[in-house]
Design a protein around this ligand. Structure first.
Ligand SMILES: Nc1ncnc2c1ncn2[C@@H]1O[C@H](COP(=O)(O)OP(=O)(O)O)[C@@H](O)[C@H]1O
Ligand SMILES: [Mg+2]
Length: 207
């Protein structure tokens, strides 16, 4: 089983949106996926509760009080981490993850706190030994803006260019309210948005 942890220090950068969208992408192509909520705010669990049974199944696990048993028989586990991830819990979650997906907003403040987060996790054994891969994802990008350009330069300077860039679209919040992810919707109009997730999905497949 592949474990994908979505984490960063700050709240509001898109951890739950990335976790639920990735889960919807894997489930839509027939993978057996579980979504684990490790954040006390329980947004990922609420999303699963709102999800219709007619949609591809995503198993649920509540790790809001600590790392617990994993749902069995799955190919992928997507873990939605709490903001301010630190201490033992952070270490344990990173240790078990094959990949840490780090959403970054195009703002100098977010780039700064992402730098701090990377410093913290780069010391962990799983990262040092290369067992856990890090993927930075620029989230809520607005094409051709100065802010996007600046975050791209800043991530390059951190030595970790973005693995994917996800645009700012109200659709993500609309779908989330109904327990849906981008990959639960069909139609040609959504293909360009879905294409933005392909580099990340390819990295997951390469784990
Ligand atoms: N790519 C995006 N486009 C538009 N809105 C987004 C995008 N990603 C996240 N959001 C919105 O930003 C807010 C915070 O996102 P969320 O995923 O809850 O962040 P976190 O889990 O890190 O706190 C939510 O209202 C969400 O709908
Ligand atoms: Mg969240």
């Amino acid at each position: 089983m592949r474990r994908i942890l979505v984490a960063n220090l700050k709240g509001g950068c898109g951890k739950t949106t990335l976790a639920t969208t990735l889960a919807s992408a894997l489930a839509a192509r027939g993978d057996l996926v579980g979504l684990v909520d490790a954040d006390r705010q329980k947004s990922a669990l609420r999303w699963l509760k709102a999800r219709s049974e007619a949609l591809p199944l995503i198993a649920a696990a509540d790790w809001t009080k600590g790392i617990e048993a994993e749902p069995k028989g799955l190919s992928h586990l997507v873990i939605d981490a709490p903001g301010g991830l630190k201490g033992d819990k952070a270490e344990d979650l990173v240790e078990i993850a094959d990949m840490v997906v780090v959403p970054v907003l195009p703002s100098v403040f977010d780039t700064h706190s992402t730098g701090k987060f990377l410093e913290r996790i780069e010391d962990l054994k799983a990262i040092r030994k290369g067992r856990t891969t890090i993927a930075l994802v620029v989230n809520r990008a607005r094409p051709r803006t100065k802010a996007l350009n600046e975050v791209e330069v800043a991530l390059g300077e951190l030595g970790r260019p973005a693995s994917a860039t996800i645009t700012d679209r109200g659709l993500y919040a609309e779908l989330a309210r109904e327990g849906r992810g981008l990959f639960d919707v069909k139609g040609k109009a959504f293909e360009p948005m879905k294409a933005q997730w392909q580099p990340l999905l390819a990295m997951i497949d390469a784990l």
